[in-house]
Design a protein around this ligand. Structure first.
Ligand SMILES: [Ca+2]
Ligand SMILES: [Ca+2]
Ligand SMILES: [Ca+2]
Ligand SMILES: [Ca+2]
Length: 495
């Protein structure tokens, strides 16, 4: 009986003293038993209980001095009745500044701390109420986002299946169109080739005809006495033929032109003299007969028959425009034109299908990319895809294109700087943090990156931007997509 009442008394004492031990977090009360020696919480030492809160630091972890400033690593517990309890650094105990709203950290200082916990608790409760309402309202919007997002992803699955099927059919169609195209191009090529070959022959004939006609004018001009021969004297009359430049055309110079004949008729003139003298003498031009100015010799070379071998394109006609009328290739004959138009149709059909194939391939890859994206718990972020949001501070405009990229542009102009491209959701952050990385490299530094922190709000809005570490950007984005049902939003986490 005696023993039992002693135990009760000790227990009573323990509870009372424990509760009264200054600065002790009630969660740790069981480790502080005034009836026993005290073992430091880190186990580093065991001391008489009287050394607890004796204003001398005995434990390495500071656990013997919860209520004094003796241990530099100690913690003081503010009960803050009416508001939230808190732990503060021991160094703030009796430092003259009120840290606990109940003022109990200044129990032995001149600071007269008023207990403001009730007032603060009221404010915090109001803030909590506001946040709760915000979350409730935002959550309703979030449900809509999810619904729309799910619908959009579902539609994309359907669309993807359709595009894939179409792509397959276009691909098989394309093989047939290519065969048809090649089949139509073969006779077209042959007909064009035939036409070009005929044209080369015709052109050569015209050239000869032109040469003959020009030679005739030259011959007539040289044959000043019009006896049907060009003589040594008639050659000597042409100053241009003074080859050695001594001021006169000697007889031997003239004879050389005439192939050592005293005089020469037109046929021999064309064969052996015309090419020599036509280069040197300026003959009066043929007075616009149907046959036209002599092209410059270089141009004549350009017009070598080989020209057509490379390229039978219609562009050749343009090339021809530069030359004289008589060197312009005549139009293709009707059967060739028909072959060309048949081949054109086959080419068009093939090209159209080929473009369609490329378009479809792009669409399919875009849809796949979209579908594979992680749009949150329940598609609530789907409609952010490819949407951009801007925030402007004094110097810069920041742009966040969701799931795509983040950039910065100076307000005074200049180009955009990439702050990162879409990377991932930060692991463990429950879709509240977006990571964009691999932005433009900093001068002598790493690539820029950006972290977007999402917070509950009724609008989708970029709220702020900063660069807490060099080349690492931090932005805040408000959106209903992160509002949570039944979320009270404690003041310490949300303020
Ligand atoms: Ca102590
Ligand atoms: Ca203080
Ligand atoms: Ca003559
Ligand atoms: Ca001479």
């Amino acid at each position: 009986m005696m023993m039992r009442s002693l135990l009760v008394a000790v227990a009573f004492l323990q509870v009372t003293l424990g509760a009264e031990l200054r600065g002790l977090n009630p969660n740790k009360k069981h480790s502080y038993n005034p009836a026993k020696d005290f073992t430091c919480l880190d186990g580093s030492a065991t001391i008489p209980f009287s050394l607890v809160n004796d204003d001398y630091c005995d434990c390495r972890d500071g656990s013997d001095e919860p209520g004094t400033a003796a241990c530099s690593n100690g913690r003081f517990y503010c009960e803050n009745r009416g508001h939230q309890s808190a732990e503060i650094l021991s160094s703030r105990v009796n430092d003259g500044i009120c840290d606990c709203c109940d003022g109990r950290d200044e129990y032995d200082s001149r600071a007269a701390c008023a207990d403001t916990c009730i007032e603060m608790g009221k404010q915090a409760a109001e803030e909590q109420k506001r946040l709760k309402a915000l979350h409730e309202e935002g959550y309703q919007k979030r449900l809509e986002y999810s619904m729309q997002g799910r619908k959009r992803v579902d539609n994309s699955h359907t669309e993807l299946a359709e595009k894939k099927a179409e792509l397959e059919s276009v691909i098989s169609e394309l093989a047939a169109l290519q065969a048809a195209k090649e089949e139509a191009e073969e006779p077209e090529r042959e007909a064009k080739e035939k036409h070009h070959e005929a044209w080369e022959v015709e052109k050569e004939a015209r050239k000869q005809e032109r040469r003959l006609s020009e030679a005739k004018f030259g011959f007539d001009e040289l044959d000043t006495n019009s006896n049907g021969y060009v003589s040594v004297e008639e050659i000597q009359a042409r100053d241009e033929l003074d080859d050695d430049g001594d001021g006169l055309v000697s007889e031997s110079e003239a004879l050389e032109y005439l192939d050592n004949a005293r005089e020469i008729n037109f046929d021999s003139f064309v064969d052996s003299v015309w090419d020599l003298v036509s280069d040197k003498c300026q003959f009066k031009k043929v007075d616009e007969e149907p046959l036209l100015p002599t092209p410059h010799p270089e141009e004549r070379n350009e017009e070598a028959p080989d020209d057509y071998d490379d390229d039978y394109d219609d562009d050749d006609d343009e090339e021809d425009d530069k030359n004289s009328e008589y060197e312009k290739m005549p139009e293709y004959d009707e059967p060739t034109k028909v072959l060309i138009s048949v081949a054109d149709e086959a080419r068009d059909a093939f090209n159209t299908a080929d473009r369609r194939k490329k378009d479809l391939e792009l669409e399919v890859s875009q849809l796949k990319k979209f579908i594979e994206m992680d749009f949150g718990f329940d598609f609530e972020f789907t409609n952010f895809y490819d949407n951009c949001y801007e925030y402007t501070d004094l110097e810069y405009t920041y742009k966040m294109c969701a799931f795509s990229k983040v950039s910065q542009k100076s307000k005074s102009g200049g180009r955009e700087t990439s702050l990162g491209v879409w990377g991932t959701w930060s692991p463990g952050k429950d879709y509240k943090e977006m990571k964009y990385d691999n932005g433009e490299k900093c001068w002598n530094g790493p690539s820029r990156s950006a972290t977007i922190t999402l917070k509950c709000g009724l609008e989708d809005e970029l709220l702020s931007a900063s660069e807490p570490n060099r080349c690492e950007y931090a932005m805040e984005f408000s959106t209903p997509a992160v509002c949570e049902q039944g979320k009270h939003g404690g003041p310490h986490t949300e303020l």
